[in-house]
Design a protein around this ligand. Structure first.
Ligand SMILES: Nc1ncnc2c1ncn2[C@@H]1O[C@H](COP(=O)(O)OP(=O)(O)O)[C@@H](O)[C@H]1O
Ligand SMILES: [Mg+2]
Length: 323
């Protein structure tokens, strides 16, 4: 069953174009010129109930703008949107009770309160009955293992801990849809992994439909069966995530920290992305990742090695080259 549907959805921002230099600024006081920026361009998408869909694209692709339209924060310039049968920008109460949105770069929490009091406050805001509140709070606090943090002031939480709290707050009222805009931005690998595990669990155990935007390939690879790739406001790919990786992701990024100032050799067909005296970052064709790993571990004394998914930018480029 379709729970989100957009057709020809478009958002154009008008922004003030500043003229060069001081004279330009002065002129701008009297006569302003505007330029239009199409942030989302004739976008069609469908999400079915219970799905965990990834929306991925480089910075500036239009992801946040799309989420803002889907959650009613801004109105579209053109096109239609339907979320659970509602037009989001009407901001009807019945609609607002049924979804939640978490933005990685914008906190909903109250920094002076403890996390316990913050949760209670949200219980009031959403009018959550006491038994549902207790049940959900215990469920999520357990799942996230954040019992020790309940009496800590929000301002003293680490970024990762704060994101866990943002998610708990968002989920207290049993939303049917959860919109997540870059929830792992700025988090270290461990915290990101915890957040991912948590989200997967929520989607599976509560059946919550989740739309996750990210510019990290890793996020959608682990979580989303289906994904949508966008750039410059347009849709480039919409389909199975495994297929996306198979077709368009050809390399991995490996970061090696050497014990000593090792001037190491580079295996064939690898490309240097960055090199300092004890650190080497390589782009490696994905099918030889293991060989390269063995090579470094076998020949050098290594302090740490990390392997990451290729960046979204390279994947987008490859999609463009093909279409
Ligand atoms: N309020 C705004 N006014 C003017 N331009 C904006 C505004 N918000 C975003 N943009 C522009 O719209 C484009 C898409 O931005 P955004 O939706 O934030 O992308 P993403 O979330 O994928 O990084 C960018 O070029 C950005 O500069
Ligand atoms: Mg964004």
């Amino acid at each position: 069953m379709e729970i989100i549907q957009t057709e020809n959805l478009t958002k154009r921002y008008k922004r003030y174009k500043k003229q060069e230099g001081l004279m330009g600024s002065m002129k701008g006081l009297f006569h302003r010129e505007y330029e239009e920026k199409t942030a989302v361009d004739a976008f069609n998408m469908t999400v079915n109930k219970g799905e965990f869909v990834g929306l991925i694209g480089p910075n500036g692709a239009g992801k946040t703008t799309l989420v803002k339209m889907l959650t009613g924060i801004i109105a579209p310039t053109e096109g239609t949107i339907q979320v659970m049968g509602y037009y989001p920008n009407k901001l009807e109460k019945a609609f607002k009770q049924q979804y939640a949105v978490v933005m990685g770069q914008k906190s909903q929490l109250f920094f002076e309160l403890t996390t316990e009091d913050t949760l209670k406050l949200f219980q009031q805001i959403y009018n959550i009955p006491e038994d549902q509140y207790k049940k959900n709070k215990n469920f999520f606090v357990d799942l996230f293992q954040v019992k020790d943090l309940m009496n800590v002031q929000v301002r003293n939480l680490s970024l990762g801990e704060r994101m866990k709290m943002e998610l708990i707050v968002a989920l207290l009222h049993n939303p049917k849809i959860l919109f997540l805009d870059e929830p792992t931005i700025g988090l270290d690998a461990v915290a990101s992994r915890q957040i991912r595990t948590f989200l997967k669990d929520v989607n599976e155990s509560k059946g919550t439909t989740i739309l996750l935007t990210s510019h990290y390939m890793e996020d959608i690879k682990v979580l989303c069966k289906c994904s949508i790739v966008m750039n410059h406001g347009r849709k480039l790919y919409d389909g199975n995530t495994d297929l996306l990786f198979e077709q368009y992701q050809k390399s991995k990024k490996m970061t090696i920290y050497f014990e000593n100032n090792a001037d190491s050799g580079i295996p064939e067909s690898c490309r240097i992305l960055e090199k300092t005296k004890d650190k080497l970052v390589l782009e490696i064709p994905k099918e030889i990742t293991e060989k390269v790993l063995e090579f470094y571990i076998g020949h050098y004394s290594i302090r740490d090695i990390g392997i990451e998914e290729e960046e979204i930018g390279s994947v987008v480029e490859r999609i463009y080259r093909e279409v």
